[in-house]
Write a protein that binds this ligand. Structure first.
Ligand SMILES: Nc1ncnc2c1ncn2[C@@H]1O[C@H](COP(=O)(O)OP(=O)(O)OP(=O)(O)O)[C@@H](O)[C@H]1O
Ligand SMILES: [Mg+2]
Length: 503
């Protein structure tokens, strides 16, 4: 196919192949070398390598060599525009030795940079059957014409360049993935084991089994620390999407502008720091599940865009008007009262109704005391292993204390209490004093912290609990005995986190 084998040309090709296999890091320098060699071998005065953006179909001058190269790089071509555009659109090579006479020629660029083209050699860069770009050589030196032989050589260079581009894109994708995985690992977030002993939680897990099989959006509600994130994980793990990504987004952690580009991505140049276009979390979650945590804090201004994703699974990257469609399951969670946010106008009601198709309420720990012992043992095992300590479980008094405590911070508070206990405990079992729950009895430093305020709080908690116990937890009767208003007692019970152990 190629004319007489020129040893110098062959040598160049071998060199480029070697470069491609050793230079994954810097695609631009690799492509520049390929283009330089191709220009030299075809005796061109100038050349460019244009890449087609697969999303917008626009051709961008990635590399431009020759006297006006740096100016050429400011231009873009639409699909089909100019000779390069024609080659990209048709996937066919072209030799045009009388450019002015060719209707396909787009002379804007040559005119505005003052470097007119007389002859052009252009070949497509293909990855499998897709044209990813075009290599163009401009003006054969010494007024000569480009030949069929030049074209065949250039096609070989184009194959090499396409491989380099594909490698670079692959690498970029891998980088994105590494970035994402690192996030997950740094946050200490693999899958969590979910302990479920109480009928209340087992029932929720059965509900999740059924919900997981559908694709509908799920809203997980519940107090802080009850395990909403673990339920979100279960929905993903039990669904058909379990092999896809599970992408977590904390909607309260980022300011509005950053959250928008984090979720939906952006195109190059969309804002000052957008030096490269970037996929958003919705695209990363394609085929999987996105977990929108703290949805109650979702900025009002972005809610319309989110609503559209819920309705149509489509959105635009920041700075672009091309819709992107994804196949994503949406799971959201919040500990806030969304209904009251809707009333205050801070949350769109249409978005709320869309999200609330399948609400799952995770009950607080004080309403499922059957989980406490199992959770405490689970955390004890984990922290003992991490801290290289050994314990023979909890002393009975410690277990009793945990069972009677109201756990306003729910499972997270229990987890923290056990962690602290593992650090400070001296004996072979975890004692009640190790838990630092501030309501233990029979110890010299029974009044918790050092301040008078702390001591008074502890005293009040004891005193009221004792009165409640003596009156079978009947608040009306207890308030009479204590000579206070029933509403005041009820407020104290809440504030001091006093709970009836039998509830
Ligand atoms: N059933 C459970 N089994 C084991 N660990 C649990 C369970 N429930 C919660 N946890 C642990 O408790 C902690 C809090 O859980 P999680 O982060 O899911 O709470 P949350 O409901 O999302 O709270 P917040 O509203 O504050 O974000 C986590 O460390 C989690 O691993
Ligand atoms: Mg959470």
């Amino acid at each position: 196919m190629i004319g007489p084998i020129d040893p110098a040309k062959f040598e160049t090709l071998v060199e480029i192949s070697a470069l491609i296999n050793s230079n994954y890091g810097n695609a631009t320098s690799l492509l520049t070398q390929i283009l330089e060699s191709a220009t030299k071998l075809t005796e061109g005065e100038a050349s460019s390598l244009v890449l087609r953006d697969p999303e917008t179909d626009i051709l961008r001058f990635e590399i431009a060599l020759g006297p006006k190269g740096s100016e050429v790089k400011n231009f873009t071509l639409k699909s089909g525009e100019g000779i390069a555009g024609w080659v990209a659109l048709h996937g066919q090579s072209l030799i045009v030795n009388d450019v002015e006479a060719d209707a396909r020629h787009f002379d804007n660029i040559g005119k505005s940079i003052g470097f007119p083209a007389h002859s052009i050699l252009a070949v497509p860069m293909r990855v499998r059957d897709v044209t990813v770009g075009v290599i163009e050589i401009i003006n054969k030196k010494n007024q000569k014409y480009f030949t069929q032989n030049d074209l065949q050589w250039l096609e070989i260079f184009a194959v090499q360049a396409a491989i380099a581009v594909e490698n670079a894109r692959y690498l970029e994708k891998a980088r994105d993935e590494i970035h994402y995985l690192r996030d997950q690992v740094q946050a200490g977030r693999g899958w969590h084991s979910l302990i479920a002993e109480s009928p209340a939680i087992k029932e929720k897990l059965e509900l999740i089994d059924r919900v997981a099989r559908t694709d509908s959006s799920v809203l997980i509600l519940g107090e802080s620390g009850v395990g909403k994130e673990l339920f979100a994980e279960q929905i993903h793990l039990k669904s058909e999407r379990r092999d896809g990504a599970f992408v977590r987004v904390n909607c309260a952690a980022l300011p509005e502008g950053l959250l928008e580009s984090e979720l939906f991505g952006h195109v190059k140049g969309a804002f000052t720091d957008a030096v490269q276009s970037r996929k958003g979390r919705f695209e990363l979650a394609d085929g999987g599940t996105i977990f929108l945590d703290e949805i109650g804090d979702f900025p009002l201004k972005l809610q319309a865009k989110l609503l559209r994703v819920l309705q149509q699974r489509s959105f635009e990257r920041v700075g672009s008007s091309d819709p992107i469609t994804v196949n994503v399951r949406i799971v959201a969670a919040t500990n806030r009262n969304i209904e009251s946010l809707v009333e205050k106008g801070e949350f769109r009601s249409d978005l709320y109704y869309r999200l609330n198709v399948l609400p799952i309420l995770v009950p607080p720990l004080r309403q499922r005391k059957e989980d406490i012992a199992a959770l405490a043992e689970f955390f004890l095992k984990r922290f003992s292993r991490e801290m290289n300590k050994r314990f023979d479980g909890f002393a009975d008094a410690a277990m009793e204390l945990m069972l009677s405590y109201s756990w306003p911070g729910n499972v997270r508070e229990l987890e923290n209490a056990v962690e602290r206990a593992v650090v400070i405990a001296k004996g072979s079992r975890i004692g009640p004093q190790d838990l630092l729950l501030g309501s233990m009895t029979g110890h010299t430093d029974e009044y918790g912290g050092k301040s008078l305020k702390d001591a008074l709080v502890t005293f009040k908690r004891h005193f009221i609990r004792k009165a409640l116990e003596e009156n079978r937890w009947n608040q009306t009767e207890t308030s009479k005995v204590l000579d206070i208003q029933r509403t005041y007692l009820s407020r104290l019970v809440k504030e001091l986190s006093i709970a009836n152990p039998k509830e």
